[in-house]
Ligand binder design. Structure first.
Ligand SMILES: CC(C)(COP(=O)(O)OP(=O)(O)OC[C@H]1O[C@@H](n2cnc3c(N)ncnc32)[C@H](O)[C@@H]1OP(=O)(O)O)[C@@H](O)C(=O)NCCC(=O)NCCS
Length: 122
C-alpha cells in the first residue's frame, strides 16, 4: 500500500524567496485529489515551527500517512534550522493525541479553550 503513495511539497514564499510555510500532500493513484495534507509554518525568528492543519481523508486513515507527513515536516523544520515544532490539538481528540505522544510531542501550554498545545524537540 505504502508504495502506491506519492508525496509533494508546496512551498509558500514571500517576495519569491523567503519560505514561510510548506504544504505537504500525499496522493494515491486511485484518487484524483490528495488523500492527506499537512501545513508546516516556518518561523525565521526561531520560534517553534507550527504544524496544522493535519488531515487524512477518512478512508485512508491508519495507513501510516499521518505519521509519514509528520516525519517529513520534522525533517523540513530541521533543515530550516528550527529546534522545535508545535501544534494545537482538541482535548477530545484522543486518537490524535496518542499519535502525537508516540512521536515524541510533550505538553507545552494550555491553548484556547478546549485545546492544548504540544511541542516536540527535533
Ligand atoms: C489524526 C490523523 C491525522 C492521523 O492520521 P493517520 O494517517 O490515521 O495516522 P497513522 O496511520 O500514521 O497513525 C494512526 C494513529 O492515528 C491516531 N488516530 C487519530 N484519529 C484516528 C482515526 N480516526 N482513525 C485512525 N487513527 C486515528 C491514532 O493514534 C492511531 O493510532 P492507534 O491505532 O494506536 O490508535 C487522522 O486520523 C485525521 O486526519 N483525523 C481527522 C483530523 C484530525 O483530527 N487532525 C488532527 C488535528 S490536531
Amino acid at each position: 500500500m505504502e508504495k502506491q503513495f506519492t508525496f509533494t511539497e508546496l512551498p509558500v514564499t514571500i517576495d519569491s524567496e523567503v519560505v514561510t510555510s510548506v504544504y505537504l500532500q500525499a496522493h494515491h493513484a486511485s484518487e484524483p485529489q490528495p488523500v492527506a495534507l499537512l501545513k508546516l509554518e516556518l518561523d525565521p525568528e526561531g520560534n517553534p515551527g507550527w504544524i496544522g492543519p493535519l488531515f487524512v481523508v477518512e478512508n485512508w486513515r491508519s495507513c501510516g500517512l499521518g505519521s509519514k507527513l509528520l516525519a517529513q515536516a520534522f525533517e523540513l523544520a530541521r533543515r530550516a534550522g528550527l529546534k522545535t515544532v508545535g501544534l494545537s490539538v482538541n482535548r477530545k481528540n484522543e486518537g490524535a493525541q496518542r499519535l502525537y505522544e508516540r512521536l515524541g510531542f510533550l505538553p507545552y501550554i494550555t491553548g484556547q479553550e478546549g485545546y492544548k498545545q504540544l511541542i516536540k524537540v527535533l
